[in-house]
Design a protein around this ligand. Sequence first.
Ligand code: PLP
Length: 261
Amino acid sequence: MTASTTTVTLSIAGLDPAGGAGLLADLKTMAAHGVHGVGVLTATTAQNTVGVKSFHPLPPEVVLAQLDALHEDLTIAAAKTGMLATGDIIDALADWLATNWRAPLVVDPVLVASSGHLLLEPDAIARLKAKLLPLATVVTPNLPEATELVGFPVETVEAMGEAARALHALGPRWVLVKGGHLPGDATDVLFDGREFHTFPGSRIAMETHGTGCTLSAALAALLGRGLSVVEAVTRAKAYVRETMTRAMRVGRGKPLLGHLP
Ligand code: PLP
């Protein structure tokens, strides 16, 4: 018997022990897209489905040691970053990626949990913009994250376009501003520096958690499988939608996305 080869994609993210968001959700998402997910942990959080109680970042050298161990052995087709916790982790990671990384990179600029807990030190945002965004194939802010990153309110589809332009100027190849927080339909705006693509989406009345993590992990998996960015965004959005309609209640707080077969 010979073993088959499989596409490998990487999540660089935090641990939500309840599996609704972060690394555990990313690996389930990657498995659902037919790739083998590998994970580099940046921080542990103490959280459940109700909310985040605290977080504990790993030292940057521990993050880099995990990356080095994977990189010297595995061929990784694409990666995503999620919760990065500190400016020092961002600095170390961006330097490592600039030296070692050539494959697609999805940057989910995780700043605050939906329960309100900060997941990135406030003074790290400048480093995220200066060092990590220029390395991204796609950066995927939601409206509060886009607002924080561009410094003006992003609350309408027009403002999403302006935010996409402002973020594109920082260096990522594509910007996907996600409209899940819009008052009406959940329109997403994708921009490559020349053309805007809008992805209309009707709202699903379901307060789940982990949708941003799942979208960016699905994007990494699909880019790793060789899809174009437009096709990957289309399919990743459909996956998030499908898992929202299959949401599962596992605790007293928000339901989790239904990744189970
Ligand atoms: N915990 C971890 C480890 C995360 O990476 C994230 C989001 O990226 C969250 C919690 C927050 O998820 P949500 O805002 O969907 O509750």
